[in-house]
Design a protein around this ligand. Structure first.
Ligand SMILES: Nc1ncnc2c1ncn2[C@@H]1O[C@H](COP(=O)(O)OP(=O)(O)OP(=O)(O)O)[C@@H](O)[C@H]1O
Ligand SMILES: [Mg+2]
Length: 374
């Protein structure tokens, strides 16, 4: 199913002699983790402005959920509650005086009951780690905090499609990892996510499908590997090959073996290379609080990792921290690959996601045995 489709859109900015969108026909599919790549000025942000009707193409059409976009004010408001775009520059998006006021702006505009507005604000602030800043003046936040605030405002809309323009640019590495984990979680819960980024490593690990723009034209749509294999095309686009892709290609050449299957994560790469006995993984599920099994695991001898926003906040506040507070699945899988048992403390609603990751490793020759606790 298609969520957004553009047909041959052309767009010129006021006074520009060259089009910034030059006949772009792109299809964004429901539930497909989508990345838009392209160098500076390629047209990524301009494309996103078309997705929620901020700009209207000079020619061509934009359809959202099968319907042509209507540019009437009332229709646009409805469109933006379904398709939320988190702009590249947070200052283009933050209007409220206080953090909580700003996050509640969208839901209040949707005329939701105040109780629900409050719930949504709480959840969005929690997801973006801004809880402690809720009463703060938005002007007093750092750049990265304002980026997170802009995201919180979009999350509070509970959109069907969440589009993020350079979401990790300006975030510290931990927050960037957390954001991608959140994106995975939202995707898993049914939100279609589209991001633009210059971070090809991060995009490679995450994307199901990529679209590449060059000077306002769409030059590639498909799998990441389909694009990165053509190194001349990659370089002429101003993009780089992801390091994981390059390592795997080199490894395949050294071993004179087929580069497929293509590892996207460290654990997948190591799986391809390592054989021998594997450790087991205990997955401990966490809801609202840390139970006895979590405390026991944190004090036990095995390495522990966390996966999910809720468990990360809870363990951060507890006396004993986990060994791997970020990238927990990768770290724990790495332990198992080295033949050691490990424990993954995991948000309950991330369990299926973790199981899928374990399943994915099988294609690379690793079958991690696990048990679920809680
Ligand atoms: N407000 C504007 N007025 C005139 N030209 C603009 C405006 N915004 C963007 N452009 C031009 O449109 C083209 C596409 O810009 P756009 O911001 O969409 O690129 P981008 O791929 O998002 O780049 P970046 O990676 O730097 O964010 C560029 O050539 C840019 O100079
Ligand atoms: Mg941009």
């Amino acid at each position: 199913m298609t969520v957004i489709q553009t047909d041959n859109i052309v767009y010129y900015y006021e006074g520009a002699s060259k089009p910034s969108m030059d006949g772009v026909s792109i299809t964004i599919k429901k539930g497909v983790k989508t990345v838009i790549l392209g160098s500076n000025g390629a047209g990524k942000s301009t494309l996103f402005y078309h997705f929620n009707g901020v700009v209207k193409p000079k020619s061509g059409t934009v359809k959202v959920m099968g319907k042509p976009v209507s540019y009437r004010k009332k229709d646009l408001r409805e469109l933006r509650s379904k398709v939320a775009v988190v702009l590249q520059n947070p200052d283009d998006q933050i209007f409220g005086q206080t953090v909580e006021g700003d996050v509640g702006y969208g839901p209040r505009n949707m005329k939701l009951p105040e109780e629900e507005v409050k719930e949504r604000v709480d959840e969005a602030l929690f997801q973006t780690g801004l809880g402690e800043f809720r009463e703060k003046n938005t002007m007093q936040l750092s750049y990265g905090q304002r980026k997170r605030l802009a995201l919180a405002g979009a999350l509070a809309m509970k959109p069907e499609v969440l589009i993020m323009d350079e979401p990790t640019a300006g975030l510290d590495p931990q927050m960037a990892l957390e954001l991608m984990e959140l994106a995975e979680q939202l995707h898993h819960n049914g939100t279609t996510i589209v991001i633009s980024t210059h971070d090809v490593d991060l995009a490679y690990a995450w994307a199901d499908e990529i679209h590449v723009l060059k000077r306002g034209k769409l030059i590639y749509s498909g799998t990441s590997e389909g694009f990165y294999r053509d190194s001349a095309a990659v370089h002429s686009t101003g993009v780089m090959q992801p390091s994981m892709f390059v390592m795997n290609e080199n490894l395949a050449r050294m071993r004179e073996s087929d580069p497929a299957p293509y590892p996207r994560t460290e654990s997948q790469l190591i799986s391809k290379m390592a054989s021998g006995p594997k450790g087991g993984l205990e997955i401990v599920l966490v809801d609202g609080e840390l139970g006895d099994s979590v405390h026991a695991a944190l004090k036990g001898g095995r390495k522990t990792g966390v996966f999910g926003t809720v468990v990360r906040r809870l363990v951060s506040d507890s006396e004993k921290k986990a060994d791997y507070m970020f990238n927990g699945f990768e770290a724990c899988a790495g332990e198992c690959l080295m033949g050691r048992d490990s424990v993954l403390l995991c948000d309950r609603d991330c369990l299926d996601l973790v199981k899928a990751k374990i399943e994915d490793l099988k294609a690379f020759g690793t079958d991690i045995s696990y048990n679920v606790n809680g």
